[in-house]
Design a protein around this ligand. Structure first.
Ligand code: 5GP
Length: 139
């Protein structure tokens, strides 16, 4: 994270206008300026971190709560019964604004957007070791 303010911090501080949908002490939420679908909303922490894993427990927890509340409101207002939540970390993963953000993207019967990815077969021996390593690393 550079010391320069991200565009999202400037939105939180009111320097750049946005269509706000939610705010509390930890979280800010507004419409995406280039929506993938009607009702595409961004949910961001006020804490200025680039990566999800850099956030404080308080911000993480408040984001989780806000995502659920805001998703419910979007489905009720737009009528969408399906939606995707996308969260990109790092430029190789498609992150273009280096301030943590979640996309809530409603999907309608007529929507044509998709988020394709290629899958591969799991190697069970390697998977067992990997799962243990990740698990032990958190102890
Ligand atoms: P990313 O590709 O980093 O996951 O997504 C960044 C998102 O931020 C994009 O969907 C883009 O449209 C949105 N965005 C970038 N700048 C602005 C802005 O100034 N205002 C709003 N509302 N959204 C923005």
């Amino acid at each position: 994270m550079t010391s320069e303010k991200s565009i999202f911090t400037r939105i939180i501080e009111g320097e750049i206008p946005c269509f706000k949908v939610f705010e509390n002490d930890y979280v800010y939420s507004f419409l995406d300026i280039n929506p993938v679908s009607h009702g595409h909303v961004l949910v961001i922490p006020k804490e200025p971190a680039q990566f999800l894993h850099e956030l404080s427990p308080e911000s993480s927890s408040e984001l989780g709560k806000a995502l659920s509340i805001i998703s419910k409101s979007i489905t009720e207002v737009t009528g969408a019964t399906s939606y995707n939540i996308i969260q990109n970390n790092g430029s190789q993963a498609g992150q273009t604004v280096f301030h943590v953000h979640f996309h809530i993207i409603p999907k309608y019967p007529e929507s044509t957007h998709s988020f394709p990815w290629k899958t591969m077969e799991i190697d069970k021996k390697e998977a067992s070791e990997l799962a243990q390593k990740i698990s032990h690393n958190m102890e």
